[in-house]
Ligand binder design. Structure first.
Ligand code: SF4
Length: 960
């Protein structure tokens, strides 16, 4: 019986989202025979514990309906009879299989085909492979979502669509997929059944059988590759004009004005004076050179304000302009939406490239090496990561691994996947360049060549700093730079100009040299040596040296473990075991390594011995006659690369353990529960501004830095000081948001509230949230400044909110940042408790977010090593560190947090700031002067609730 013709589709609904602690509340199976649904079985199941309110809302299955339904045991017996020996399909089958195993002996379990795994192979580019995403991508109608029978019927359609997509793959690729799937060992997912299915699809007989059933069309838009260049790339390089020509400032302003190109091209175009002002200023900087800091409030349309002059200027002068962003979202918006819009509207055939680090692109040479490994050498569960690449690699235009959603997902949860991903990337192994047989198709070569010809290059801040470290070997020479999301520039600079040393870092370097994978350096040299024709005596000496080097690598691993264990013991008292990570500063005067010097010296010695061993191998490989052993050049290059890795590792260890550079700050970072395997030592530059002033700004002719939050109390002093831009020639400007904040937002403070340091503060916060949120009952984001308080509030309110039908989502409790943000967007009356990363970067326009609650002013956690050292430096220079560092830093974060509420001119909402220091302290001025409109101080909880209700109901009454 072919799975393509006859199978059973299975779905369960459960009491919660945690698969293994949840109970089944509904079961449905659908039987397909000869491509047609011929039978089905559906029933509710009484659980021991009733589902949460949010699950009842999601499924529409109420606790009342579940009472008196059959037990799971009774239902499973029926299910077993219905399924019989038929092959099963299921989505995310692990859960279903584990439950079936409880009532069906393993030997009698039918073959189970997981549509998630199949989808990752067939449509890997989708951002995720949830059932609803596939339903959308394949345009399948699913009227009864989150009900077992509806989902089981939909699963049949999804399965057909996936099989039809796989049928378009060539027989050779299907065979490669099947071979790879079959070779995967446990604990990889059960790919054996998938391998059989792939071969069955490949078989002509099965194909014709399946032709009898109709399948929904694939929505190509969701599945096609995104290019990383646009424009006509037919010239070798840019040919920059020898003398630069100015562009007309007024013409740029007119383009964005009421009768300009954009107004003519876009029917819904809105003229924004702030955007025009900013565009004028950017034009002047491009024409004259210099530096501009431009704060552009939300809704200014700042990307158009800098793209219009940049595109015009770059095209006119054949010069490059580099644009850097912090987030991937903005990078994609600029490259795929705004740049084509600007180039098209201005009718300028500008060439643009989005450029990423080499580690983002798959290396075709490495890919062919990995995929060609014989099964016996490929016993590595991490190789499941190759499955979603098999067909993608022939279709992708960019080779950018980020566009492969399945690869990114598997990377996170398959053991050993990161190591394989590192090897597959264009950074993981030595590059043969022109001698590489894939050179003409090489993704890195192509995109870098395109960048040489491009007028506009879009990058991220991290790449800018990697490029700086590589002496512009990544982006190439450039003189004109626009930095968007500039409020994060210092943070990224600190990360990239600093150094880390940790056990995972040591292990990742050692793993490339020796075990466990078949492509490690020593294993490859050994295998090629066996196939070589060199004399026995030379081979034996080589083998001895390989043995010695392998032992040195093993010893280095042991010494590294001993070092981190000793360091953890030594640091134990300063880093008490906690569920949160903690940091401790040290210096050469109070150096934690003094007490464990012998472990440090042992590790140094072991790493050096390994380095010397590799050096000897490199000398031998170099001295062998050409072609002495297969892959000689490549092995030599790889040996030298690993030597360089070790040299970098030893330098990092030297820097963090000596702690002697006074321009750096040093600290240890203990992960939760004092796990020494994740203990790390960090060195970061004390004054990033000084480094940038010395090494970065002098290479630039023009620089624009922009963000919605650069100033504090309308002054740029803080940003200028942090970034080393205090020179008088630096221009600053702030353009106001076009939003009508007086009418769009209501800001409130609880005048009766204790201050945060008061012991009553936390209970008061929890008690107010418990009353206020159900009363207002609108999409609510609560921003905390500590995980501890968030956790206490979450634990106290989860149950009461659930009982009132309010979905409460907590950071670290209900999934990843992106998944809880998505659920928050979808459930318009839900509540999200977040800290840290939720203060910036999340965008929830409309009714999903109408109430923002800021629990405390976001001062940094006391004792942050870098901030402490920066404070000391300010104090030594005669400045007040609290006013010059702590307050402005918190004020910028506060403005970022505040900015989450109003994202669009139609948004409307209320902000409640629970920290009364905003009005009671002098420094509070820095915060309330950041607010775009006035605030109301309420005297009691009742007044506050009444005030909010009145304001929100006024909104209803004023709506047309
Ligand atoms: S040229 Fe280098 S990066 Fe490109 S495919 Fe070849 S080895 Fe990989």
């Amino acid at each position: 019986m072919s799975i393509l013709e006859s199978f059973v589709a299975l779905d369960f609904e459960t009491t919660g989202i945690e698969p293994f602690s949840s109970e089944i509340i509904e079961v449905a199976v659908v039987r397909v025979q000869n491509g047609q649904i011929v039978d089905s079985f559906q029933t509710l199941v009484q659980p021991r514990k009733m589902p949460s309110v949010s699950i009842q809302r999601l499924t529409g299955i109420t606790a009342d309906e579940l009472r008196g339904q059959p037990s799971l045991e009774a239902v499973m017996a029926k299910l077993r009879r219905f399924v019989g020996a038929s092959p099963l399909i299921s989505h995310n089958a692990d859960f279903e299989v584990s439950r079936l195993r409880m009532s069906i002996p393993v030997a009698e379990l039918p073959a189970v085909f997981d549509t998630v795994e199949l989808a990752r192979i067939a449509v890997p580019r989708l951002p995720n492979h949830r059932l609803e995403t596939l339903v959308d991508a394949f345009s399948i109608n699913n009227p009864e979502q989150h009900r077992a029978l509806g989902d089981a019927q939909t699963l049949v359609e999804v399965f057909r669509a996936l099989v039809n997509t796989l049928r378009t793959f060539s027989p050779a690729r299907l065979e490669t997929l099947a071979r790879l799937a079959r070779s995967l060992p446990r604990p990889a997912p059960p790919y054996g059944a998938i391998a059989d299915l792939l071969l069955e699809i490949q078989a002509a007989a099965a194909r014709s059988a399946f032709d009898q059933v109709s399948a929904p069309p694939v929505r190509i838009g969701a599945l096609t590759s995104l290019p990383n260049t646009f424009g006509a790339f037919d010239e070798d390089r840019l040919d920059p004009a020898s003398s630069l020509e100015d562009i007309d400032t007024e013409a740029v302003a007119k383009t964005l004005g009421a009768h300009g190109d954009f107004a003519r091209a876009m029917p819904a175009y809105e003229v924004r004076q702030s955007q025009i002002d900013m565009a004028r200023a950017v034009t002047e900087v491009l024409n004259e050179g210099g530096t501009l800091l431009c704060e552009a409030g939300t809704g200014t349309g700042k990307s158009l304000a800098y793209l219009v002059p940049s595109v015009t200027w770059a095209w006119k002068n054949s010069h490059r302009v580099v644009i850097s962003t912090h987030t991937k979202n903005l990078q994609e918006q600029l490259f795929y939406k705004d740049l084509p819009l600007v180039a098209g509207t201005l009718d300028v055939p500008v060439r643009s490239v989005v450029l990423k680090g080499k580690n983002n692109y798959v290396c075709l040479h490495q890919w062919h090496e990995e995929i060609g490994l014989p099964a016996a050498e490929a016993m590595d569960a991490g190789r499941a990561l190759l499955l979603p690449l098999v067909c993608w690699i022939y279709e992708t235009e960019s080779g950018d691994l980020e566009e492969n959603g399945a690869f990114q997902t598997l990377l996170r949860y398959i053991p050993g996947a990161y190591s394989l991903a590192g090897r597959l990337s264009s950074e993981g192994k030595p590059c043969g360049r022109r001698t590489c047989r894939y050179y003409d198709r090489c993704f890195v070569t192509r995109v870098r060549r395109a960048a040489q010809q491009a007028h506009i290059i879009v990058v991220n801040h991290s790449l800018l700093f990697s490029d700086l470290a590589a002496d512009h070997g990544v982006i190439g020479e450039y003189e004109n730079l626009i930095v968007d999301e500039a409020h994060t520039f210092e943070e990224t600079a600190i990360d990239y100009l600093g150094t880390e040393f940790s056990l995972p870092l040591v292990k990742s370097v050692l793993e490339e040299i020796t075990t466990p994978h078949a492509r490690s350096l020593l294993t490859r040299i050994r295998a090629n040596l066996r196939r070589s024709k060199i004399e026995d005596a030379t081979r034996k000496s080589f083998e001895v040296q390989l043995g010695v080097t392998g032992q040195a690598a093993e010893l280095a691993g042991e010494k590294a473990e001993a070092f981190f264990r000793a360091a953890k013991n030594e640091l134990g008292a300063s880093h008490p075991s906690s569920i949160y990570s903690s940091k401790m500063r040290y210096s050469s005067q109070a150096n934690v390594f003094d007490e464990i010097r012998e472990y440090r010296d042992d590790l140094f010695f072991a790493l050096k011995t390994l380095h010397d061993g590799l050096q000897t191998l490199a000398l031998w490989l170099r001295d062998l006659p050409m072609g002495g052993i297969p892959e000689q050049d490549e092995l030599l290059a790889d040996t030298e690369l690993r030597q360089a890795d070790l040299a970098r590792l030893t330098a990092a260890m030297d820097l963090v353990t000596r702690a002697e550079d006074e321009d750096m700050v040093y600290w240890s970072e203990m992960p939760p529960h004092g796990d020494e395997t994740r203990l790390k030592f960090v060195a970061a530059p004390l004054d990033v501004g000084a480094t940038l002033r010395k090494n970065f700004y002098p290479g630039l002719r023009s620089l624009v830095m922009t963000s919605a939050t650069l100033s504090v109390a309308e002054k740029f002093n803080y940003f200028r000081q942090r970034l080393g831009l205090e020179d008088d020639s630096v221009r600053t400007m702030a353009v106001k948001s076009p939003f009508d904040f007086d009418n769009q937002v209501h800001i409130a403070l609880p005048g009766w509230f204790p201050e945060p340091r008061d012991a009553d503060f936390e209970p008061e916060v929890i008690s107010l949230l418990q009353v206020l949120i159900p009363k207002i009952h609108r999409g609510t984001l609560v921003l905390f400044t500590s995980h501890g308080m968030l956790e206490n509030a979450y634990n106290a309110l989860k149950q009461p909110f659930e009982e009132q039908g309010i979905l409460l989502l907590g950071q670290r409790f209900d999934g990843s940042r992106s998944s809880i943000t998505n659920r928050f967007r979808q459930d318009r009356r839900s509540v999200l408790f977040g800290t840290e990363s939720f203060w910036q970067g999340i965008d929830v326009p409309g009714e999903a977010l109408e109430l923002l609650i800021i629990v405390k002013l976001p001062f940094s956690v006391p004792g942050e090593p870098l901030e402490t050292a920066q404070s000391e430096a300010l104090a030594a220079a005669g400045k007040n560190p609290f006013l010059h560092l702590a307050v402005p830093k918190a004020a910028i974060r506060f403005r970022q947090g505040f900015g989450r509420l109003i994202r669009h001119r139609n948004d409307r909402g209320a902000v409640l700031i629970l920290d009364t220091r905003l009005v009671s302290k002098d420094y509070g001025r820095a915060f309330h002067r950041s607010l775009p409109t006035s605030y109301t101080v309420y005297r009691s909880q009742e007044e506050l609730i009444a005030g909010f209700e009145a304001w929100f109901s006024a909104e209803v009454s004023t709506k047309p």
